[in-house]
Design a protein around this ligand. Structure first.
Ligand SMILES: [Ca+2]
Ligand SMILES: [Ca+2]
Ligand SMILES: [Ca+2]
Length: 158
């Protein structure tokens, strides 16, 4: 479950689009393209860093229900629950210390995820996708990254 929360926070609506997830083929091309199109806001065929940041901030704002500038554990779980189609995520709490993604994102350990903390991981994620380091992510790069993520998630399950 390691990647699930970060996916929920950063990329969930498409990645975890309800019942489709179970049937979707590994790294399926359709899903990759759909997600890419969603992230390529101006439709120029590449995801710029600015587009990536804009969506991260949007997602953060959406998750931060009480708009205090911090994502609490409850807010993170609520967002995760929403993308999981109303199922309650299996979580023991912010400090169970077992690779919980919330704990992982909460760098300073204050029990909340700030936008700055999210930026650290999200920028790393952008760099992961931008394999030729030109500051933008092409469809090919995005697909490769999604495939990697899928493989990691499949391995991490059980
Ligand atoms: Ca674009
Ligand atoms: Ca909040
Ligand atoms: Ca924190």
């Amino acid at each position: 479950m390691k990647k699930t929360l970060i996916a929920a926070l950063l990329a969930a609506p498409v990645l975890l689009a309800g019942p489709v997830l179970a049937e979707a083929p590994p790294g399926g091309p359709a899903r990759g393209e759909e997600k890419f199109a969603e992230m390529d806001l101006n439709g120029d065929g590449v995801i710029s860093h600015a587009e990536f940041v804009a969506q991260r901030e949007q997602k953060f704002a959406r998750t931060d229900v009480n708009q205090d500038g911090l994502i609490s554990f409850d807010e993170a779980m609520a967002a995760k629950k929403a993308v999981m189609g109303g199922q309650t995520p299996e979580a023991k709490g912010p400090r169970d210390g077992k690779g919980n993604m919330f704990t992982y994102l909460d760098i300073d350990g204050d029990g909340f995820i700030s936008l700055e903390e999210m930026e650290v991981f999200s920028d790393r994620r952008f760099k992961d996708m931008d394999s030729n380091l030109d500051g933008q992510v092409t469809l090919l790069e995005a697909k490769a990254a999604m495939r990697d993520l899928f493989i990691k998630r499949s391995r991490g399950r059980d």
